[in-house]
Design a protein around this ligand. Structure first.
Ligand SMILES: [Zn+2]
Length: 471
């Protein structure tokens, strides 16, 4: 697949340009979902709740409900499957959140991971100076202090004494856990370059500006990957990773016309990066970064080697050369990916009802691989003759493993309302057990997107479901 650069974006001068044929002019297709509607659906159906809601909530902090937890797990599993299991050049890691404070000095986070902030002398709220339109407090109009650098890392203390010697930080990224384990992974796995280390975990940033639901929060989860290559091979691998990452989103059904790749210009590049390409999605509020793919060169391993006094070089026994590997970092936010999948899947359409009327329906066209409920088993009613067979079908589907995920039994309300409810939470397939099922030992499979219904024998149900879910 080719990827597109937005018109006007720049590549850093030393970085090879994207082939001319790939520089299509992007026709922006904006996701049209009303964010309020999506937030309301997420709460009503149990995807995402405000954190600590009964205490008035904690701002920009969210909890994943029963369906959100399934969706999030499926997204992480899909990423791990594609980027670890289906490759032979990536291994996994699960490093701790707390690390030696020197890690963050060597990485540059203690000195450079800052925002310039001004404080209101009246109400003491802090603001990002670069985002203020006027030099007065946006909340109360009060006078502002001079800007001061504010570190984005959450600080805490290890042990009972709160002093400088006991300072620790909640990690603002999981990458450093990978870099400081480079030697351990190399020695224990005998991997040869090029190879990568992946991990999924929480990270924390004391962001001043949060918002757009789960898009920008202070606590979030990262699917991090550091891919180590020999210097000179970094630029090719950078491009390959941009394409592989784009392929993950489009493979899970994200609209191609709402995705674009944007190269950071030189002024925008982070202190460690030789080049960075962002994958952006066209959200209702505009283009937003969902993943950055950075060429970090040898910045990280060199910094940790120097600060720790431990060599993090690689010896290539073919070329007999010793060098510090370069790193390509195609890391993605779990919460942003989840937001992207939700926004992209949200659909409102007119649909005929059983009685022939036309009704609007809301559906989440989530890819079956990530849908929180894979299959819903629906008895036509709670009639006592139907229930034993419906429970038996439910047990068989769950026991067979054909759904490879969460199977729900749903018998509340009318069958029409249950279909709408399953559409709204993105369930790809519903299985209806009706009175004919008692005689013909068959059930109806209903497809979420087409609303087509097919009759299949109960004995064939697991294989029929498997074929429809995992094509
Ligand atoms: Zn103020």
């Amino acid at each position: 697949m080719s990827f597109r650069l937005i018109p006007g974006s720049q590549l850093s001068p030393e970085y090879p340009s994207i082939p001319e044929k790939d520089k299509e002019i992007v026709v922006d297709s904006v996701a049209s979902v009303d964010l309020e509607k999506l937030v309301s659906l997420c709460k009503r159906r149990g995807f995402i709740f405000q954190s600590s809601e009964i205490y008035g909530g904690l701002s920009s902090t969210w909890d994943y409900g029963p369906l959100g937890a399934e969706l999030k797990r499926n997204i992480k599993d899909s990423w791990w499957r594609k980027f670890v299991w289906e490759r032979d050049d990536v291994v996994g890691l699960d490093s701790s959140i707390l690390m030696h404070p020197d890690v963050w000095r060597a990485s540059g986070h203690v000195d450079s991971f800052t925002d310039p902030l001004v404080e209101c002398k009246e109400c003491h709220q802090r603001w990002r100076e670069d985002q203020l339109e006027e030099r007065v407090c946006p909340a109360c109009g009060g006078e502002l202090t001079e800007a001061r650098n504010f570190n984005l890392m959450f600080k805490t203390f290890i042990g009972p004494v709160e002093n400088d010697a006991s300072v620790a930080y909640l990690r603002p990224e999981t990458a450093q856990g990978i870099f400081v384990n480079f030697e351990n992974v190399l020695n224990s796995t005998r991997k040869k370059l090029p190879f990568g280390i992946a991990q999924i975990g929480k990270a924390f940033r004391n962001e001043i500006t949060t918002g757009n639901f789960i898009f920008r929060t202070r606590e979030f989860e990262i699917m991090e990957l550091e891919f180590f290559v020999a210097p000179g091979q970094d630029e090719d691998w950078h491009k390959r990773w941009v394409e592989d990452c784009l392929g993950w989103y489009t493979g899970l059904g994200v609209s191609k016309e709402r995705l674009r790749v944007r190269a950071h210009d030189t002024a925008e590049l982070a202190h460690y990066a030789k080049a960075t390409h962002d994958i952006e999605y066209s959200f209702p509020w505009g283009w937003g970064e969902i993943q950055g793919i950075a060429n970090r060169a040898d910045f990280d391993l060199k910094a940790h080697a120097e600060a720790s006094g431990t060599s993090l070089d690689y010896y290539d026994d073919q070329t007999k050369e010793r060098f510090t590997p370069y790193v390509i970092e195609p890391s993605a936010g779990v919460d942003r990916a989840l937001m992207t999948f939700l926004v992209d899947a949200y659909t409102e359409e007119e649909a005929p009802t059983a009685s022939g009327k036309v009704e609007s329906r809301v559906l989440l066209k989530l890819h079956p691989e990530i849908a929180p409920v894979k299959v819903a088993i629906l008895p036509l009613s709670r009639n006592e003759k139907l229930v034993p067979l419906a429970r038996e079908v439910y047990d068989r589907v769950r026991g067979s493993g054909a759904a490879k995920g969460y199977v729900q039994y749903d018998d509340a309300q009318s069958i029409g309302r249950r279909y709408r409810r399953q559409d709204e939470i993105g369930t790809p397939l519903c299985v209806t057990v009706d009175f004919d099922s008692l005689d013909d030992k068959a059930v109806t499979i209903r497809d979420r997107d087409t609303m087509e219904q097919v009759r299949v024998a109960i004995d064939d149900l697991p294989s029929e479901l498997g074929a429809r879910l995992h094509v």
